[in-house]
Design a protein around this ligand. Sequence first.
Ligand code: NAD
Length: 259
Amino acid sequence: MSDKKTAIITGSTSGIGLGIAEGFAQAGINLVINGIEPAAEVEAVRAGLEKHGVKVIYDNANMMDPGEISAMLMRAEAEFGGVDIIVNNAGIQHVAPIDEFPEAKWDAIIAINLSSAFHLTKAALPGMKARGWGRIINVASAHGLVASPFKSAYVAAKHGIVGLTKTIALEVAEQGITANAICPGYVLTPLVQKQIPDTAKARGISEESVIRDVLLANQPTREFVTTEQLAATALFLCSDGAAAMTGIALPVDGGWTAH
Ligand code: NAD
């Protein structure tokens, strides 16, 4: 990356998206951060990222709404003159057996975790093609490669985004644009903290047992993956050194999918 770049990171007011935003800001990349919180609640985070000497704007486009997604891209292009990198990261989770899984939760997970990546990619590609450079990074999951019970919508969306990643990569391979998925194992973010009580209920075990015997049981390192490790991975995928890597689903999972 020789010249100054601009990135949109969806779902970046918290957790992994915020960690990637920190890493990108430190690397001198201008940012659009995104979430569903009111701007006032995110102002301290936005201003903190700007301390790294980059420009950061907050856009609260709802990833369930295709019109809001393309409007966010247009606002970013107007502000920065172009969007070079998109990180499709926004995501939610719901844990329940299929026969009890609420239809509205299924629809929301497919919309936010999968369809939003299609809509933002569709909006961003014309500019990337015109400039002959682009990086599309989809934050999938180890659940993009393997399943777990009680997470039907999430596993379906994450397998779907791995397929979308491969398709984008093939379509734009000759135009200086790469598309890759990062597949994290468990990271101790609010998304994971919130599912611990539901998993305990679904499996009939204690919350301590969920952390030890369910979450970290899958991770041979017995450690949560960190947001800093994921930011470093995303930055590498943006680098010129990664120009030949495209269409991959890269596990960063403490060995989980080596099983
Ligand atoms: P998080 O709950 O900490 O953050 C989610 C972010 O998404 C927040 O910024 C929130 O505002 C935003 N968001 C939620 N709904 C939105 C909507 N409708 N429109 C716009 N933004 C919305 O979650 P996280 O753990 O950091 O997860 C981020 C991504 O990483 C998700 O795609 C998740 O599936 C994936 N992931 C997480 C883990 C993990 O263990 N935490 C593991 C693998 C993959």
